[in-house]
Design a binder for this molecule. Structure first.
Ligand code: FES
Length: 187
């Protein structure tokens, strides 16, 4: 729908942008931009594996409007395409991220890998906490440890680009952290 406060040119530009966001996800990696379709419920992002200048991978997982407004977490898988000098390896999963809306324009992101030994954490059937199936560590909706746990720390929160979030795009710096230690150490 057109915004009466915007010029016709701005409305056309914003319409194009919305269409792009509804059909594709983008990934910026080492300066390259690759756009691929978003699967139903799970965003699949394709990118060469490697390191950018800061050694970090920044991915657009979804749009703000795709996240449940009741604060329920949603899981997004990050799948990458790896290439070496001779071979191209298709669709290699490199991890997944839980996104949860905490307010109108506030989103929190957690790496779904358990900080104890790297199993994938699930959303508990009660929908009120995250649970690790391997050694029964539980985490609250803010990622904190619940009760007795073998996990040495809470879920690893990932950085979200606040500026792009204010424009309705959820961009996450995807990082894996060392398992089994108290400190959050990037690997
Ligand atoms: S890997 Fe999650 S509790 Fe052990």
């Amino acid at each position: 729908m057109n915004d009466p406060l915007q010029t016709p040119e701005e409305n056309v530009e914003n319409s194009d942008r919305r269409q792009f966001l509804s059909k594709t996800a983008s990934i910026v990696f080492g300066g390259a931009v690759v756009s691929v379709p978003i699967g139903a419920g799970v965003a699949t992002l394709l990118s060469p594996l490697g390191k950018n200048d800061s050694g970090r991978l920044k991915v657009m997982l979804t749009s703000l409007e795709d996240l449940p407004s009741d604060g329920s977490p949603k899981l997004y898988q990050v799948v990458a395409q790896r290439k070496d000098a001779w071979t191209k390896y298709e669709n290699k999963p490199i991890g997944s991220v839980f996104l949860r809306k905490r307010g109108e324009n506030d989103v929190v992101a957690f790496n779904s890998s358990c900080p104890h030994a790297g199993c994938s954490v699930d959303l508990n059937p009660n929908g009120k906490m995250f649970s690790c199936p391997c050694h029964e560590s539980n985490f609250n909706m803010e990622g904190g440890i619940i009760g007795k746990s073998v996990s040495p720390r809470g879920l690893d929160e990932l950085e979200i680009d606040k500026e792009l979030l204010s424009k309705g795009e959820v961009w996450v710096t995807f990082v894996n952290f060392k398992a089994g230690v108290t400190d959050k150490i990037e690997v």
